[in-house]
Write a protein that binds this ligand. Sequence first.
Ligand SMILES: [Ca+2]
Ligand SMILES: [Ca+2]
Ligand SMILES: [Ca+2]
Length: 278
Amino acid sequence: MNHLYMKQVKIVHLLFIIITFISACRKEDLIPPVIKLNGSESIQLDLYELYIEYGATAEDNKDGDLTDRINLINNININRLGKYQVIYSVTDYSGNTEIKSRSVDVVFRTNTDTISNDTIPPVITLFGPNPMYIKINIEYIEPGAKAMDYVYGDLTPFITIASNINTSVAGSYSVFYSVCDFSENCSEVFRTVIVVIDDNISPVITLIGPNPMYIPLYGQYYEPGATAWDETCGDLTPYISITGNVNTNMSGNYPITYYVEDFSGNFDTKIRIVHVGM
Ligand SMILES: [Ca+2]
Ligand SMILES: [Ca+2]
Ligand SMILES: [Ca+2]
């Protein structure tokens, strides 16, 4: 008993010495590593210009080269003007941390040389559907658009919108969006707006592919799709919703439902049976 007790005391003593030794080692180094950035500490990027990471190196008084342990955080958005930072941090094996940053300025290219050389028109992107359907006598609400230019950035406030819509007469109309950059490169796009009358005739869904559809067990199911046509609204294919799941790992009959509604609330629905099995 006494012998065992002495042995335990010895072990505890030994552990104490080891722990003291380790913590002494730790305390020895209080100096953080030194980070050196490759390339400039502050750089300017043109809007949309790709940021190239040149990296950094880290050297520690005790642990030597710690470049591999550098942690990098970068929040640069080259599509948006602004001041950004790339943060480099590294911690040596004794827990001393060093942080360094590179500032990245995303700016317009405004030098006259670039402006006189700019031949690229802005790009207009429409929000909302195109073509867009609205019911007769219902106000057209402009979903808007945005314009981005390689040299001048966001030109959205300079878009002019013109249209010939008459919501009290059914028919097809156009909304024109145009914008020019400051080097006189211009773009124009248009949206088709279709004003439809109220009707009580349902659209018709036509399934593409077989119905029922046979798939071998463990085979591959693909959705063949469907089309939808309405007497008043025309092609409603993009408005079809498809629901249902097929488990090709289990024999059975799986219904797939296709649903579409016209702009007067008339609808059609079709079901395809997908048969999985031998
Ligand atoms: Ca150190
Ligand atoms: Ca331009
Ligand atoms: Ca209809």
